[in-house]
Design a protein around this ligand. Structure first.
Ligand code: CU
Length: 108
């Protein structure tokens, strides 16, 4: 009985601590037709938030490997966020400005 309790406690402990308890928010600013910074390295579970801080230019954040259709435009003051749970490299671009590119690198 006592043994089972300790075993269960250990299992819960492992389950909790194997997930990212300190998930962070990482901000990428969109300014002067650039993603700043263009490369971000995050841990699984982190959230990346893109903020359009232009005066009048719209953009978007298009992960072509995830979405076939171009996402909605982000106008000045708008933001877009995405949580990354899988390890890997995820390049993206801006639909209206294909030269605007960035990448999210997710590693443990
Ligand atoms: Cu753009």
């Amino acid at each position: 009985m006592w043994h089972a309790f300790i075993k269960l406690t250990a299992m819960i402990f492992l389950a909790v601590f194997s997930t990212n308890l300190i998930a962070k928010d990482i901000v990428v600013e969109i300014y002067k037709k650039k993603f700043i910074p263009a490369t971000v390295t995050v841990a699984p579970g982190d959230k990346v938030i893109w903020k359009n801080i232009e005066k009048r230019q719209y953009h978007n954040v298009w992960f072509k490997q995830f979405y076939q259709e171009e996402p909605d435009y982000l106008f000045p003051g708008d933001s877009y966020e995405q949580v990354f749970n899988d390890v890997g490299e995820f390049p993206y671009e801006c639909g209206p400005h294909p030269k605007m590119i960035g990448v999210v690198i997710v590693k443990k």
